[in-house]
Design a binder for this molecule. Sequence first.
Ligand code: FES
Length: 484
Amino acid sequence: MADVQTLTVNPARGDPDRSERGGSPENWVKAAALAELRDRRVMTVKLGAKQIALFYSDSGVYACNNRCPHEGYPLKEGHLTEGCILTCNWHNWKFDLESGETLIGGDQLRRYPVELRGGEVWLDITDPPAEERIAASLAAVRDALRNIDRRAEYDRVAREISRLQLAGGDPLEAVRATFRWTHDCFEFGTTHAQAVAPDWLELRDSLARDRASKLVPLVEIIAHLGEDCLREPRYPFPTGEVSYDPDLGAAALVAAIEAEDEAAAIALLRGALNAGLGFAELERPLVTAALAHYADFGHSLIYVYKTGQLIEKLGTEVTEPLLLTLVRSLVYATREDLIPEFRAYAPALAAWDGSGAAEPKVEDFTRLSVRKAMRRVLKSSARPEALFDALLGAAAWQMLHFDTRMDRRSDNPVSRNVSWLDFSHALTFANAVRATCRRYPELWPRGLLQLACFTGRNVAFVDAEQGLDDWRVADPTTFLDDAL
Ligand code: FES
């Protein structure tokens, strides 16, 4: 720089936006003597809670947060090139102190406007308004989603949510926003990314004890959505709308899903939402459609159940994006009761009469094939909840007796390609059946017979004779606490 002493006002070396906005005069503070900075070229100053790095170069005087926005190492230990390109030597992120751009890396570096008043360096340390900081953090989360795999941006999402929180924002807003941004990036609708989200939020509410552990569940949700959407284009939803008749709308929605007519189903959904209906009013047709078939290996019902929980936790702002994604998934679900392995389902459902009061036992179902398990369900004619308990117990027994040799083999034919997931999934489905059918008892026959599809299929992959000692724990409560 020709003569830094001649630069009296230098907002462009801070943040151009801030020069237009103008900081409060009282927030201009004297930071250092210019002569000292010129001699040392770089120094740090502490102003209130801020630790600020000052740089003197041929291009000007610059001020920025001393903590690198990546992992917090001191930028004072970095080096300047081209007058204003600051490199953090820890991981080589590069920042243009003139333009504010992050040239290599992700997060924005906080810079401060500089004024040279005679022989002194003055800084405007006004913080941007909270709304501006929150909006910037949300924009950064969205940017991070685009690079979630390439740059392992998981950590950036965590940092930006922390910044949002420090600015006074609601960290859940980052989650809500991500559902809105991504809802039309799922070609076939809901995935595990939406379905696990309420469980992460529950863990956050019930178990996370400090700010860091409360952050992890939110990052998991956002990163999972980002990964499932990675490199996906938009799959816009049909824009039509049909008014949702209070008496006939539910049946029409179920019929549209059954007909795999996405345009008709979405039009009805839009009509319902615009009439002020929410998940509570739409739950019955949605679970009815989900249980109309052994749909997507039980995923459809799980997705409806989990979507309801998610809306309850995040609020109605996410109702529309989540229900659009959900309805799409119901429309495109594979009807697995139509394949030979589960074809006994429809006749069994037709034969259900719901009478009787027998008390079925877990052992009744642990070793029966799909067809036989369904026959047993029909024959027992027990109360639905008693049948449920027996089937759930059988599913749990099967998981405990999973023949893990199957899991370790790499040459299983596709039809015998099983893992723990096949067993745990039966339990996840059972949980959705229990919650759903208690609220809508007319659906018990479907839920129970589909649970029999799980136990009937999994029976081929258990070893009933294996010892269970390896699985036992001395104190189940302590074990569970540790695992959580
Ligand atoms: S801490 Fe600065 S680049 Fe990693």
